[in-house]
Design a protein around this ligand. Structure first.
Ligand SMILES: CC(C)(COP(=O)(O)OP(=O)(O)OC[C@H]1O[C@@H](n2cnc3c(N)ncnc32)[C@H](O)[C@@H]1OP(=O)(O)O)[C@@H](O)C(=O)NCCC(=O)NCCS
Length: 169
């Protein structure tokens, strides 16, 4: 018999000034709700193929979605604990609906991830972003990330990446 590890679903209501959202662990059923927005939220870049459903099946405990008061998707964060380095946790995608940006929701999603990473004994959070995504770099720096290095051809020819890291206090 296959047993599924269930995450404790501690949904949390968060009021962020003009925005009120409920943040909870991501569920497999959230995949369709998220993926339909990804390219648009990334300014029309073809990002959806980099977020296959597996992240919503196997990383529930370290992935989060935020819904607004009408049940619409306000934001999400997909991350996981490194299988290779027991000190590291990694954020693969974070996105906030354009109309909700600047409210602190991106930071709030990250705070949930930092708490999950700390709880699992991780001391470093890593992520990568594209050099063209200057707003992502600025956002991460505001959250206390520092640029580790800029890696040429990191994700294949011509796919340079900015490697960011944050030490959890
Ligand atoms: C990046 C993103 C997730 C930020 O979400 P957000 O909810 O607007 O961010 P917050 O309101 O929580 O901002 C947190 C901090 O980051 C800063 N910040 C956010 N976006 C910024 C930007 N474009 N330029 C400069 N600083 C920015 C805020 O000023 C804030 O700093 P403060 O707390 O010191 O005042 C959102 O803009 C987004 O979804 N972008 C498209 C997808 C993307 O590029 N994701 C990241 C790569 S995976």
């Amino acid at each position: 018999m296959i047993r599924r590890v269930r995450t404790t679903c501690r949904a949390r209501f968060v009021s962020l000034g003009r925005v009120s959202v409920t943040i909870r662990h991501a569920q497999p059923s959230d995949y369709g709700r998220v993926i339909q927005h990804v390219n648009a939220w990334w300014g029309g870049r073809e990002m959806a193929p980099m977020l296959p459903q597996l992240f919503f099946l196997h990383f529930e405990g370290t992935s989060f979605v935020a819904d607004d008061g009408d049940g619409r998707l306000a934001g999400f964060l997909v991350g996981f604990l490194s299988q290779t380095d027991p000190d590291d946790a990694y954020v693969h995608f974070v996105g906030v609906a354009p109309e909700q940006r600047g409210s602190g929701l991106g930071r709030e999603l990250y705070e949930r991830f930092f708490a999950a990473a700390r709880e699992a004994g991780r001391s470093t959070v890593r992520c990568v972003t594209s050099p063209v995504n200057e707003s992502s770099i600025a956002f991460h720096e505001a959250l206390g990330f520092e640029v580790d290095r800029v890696a040429t051809d990191y994700d294949g020819p011509g796919e340079d990446r900015v490697l960011l890291l944050k030490r959890l206090g």
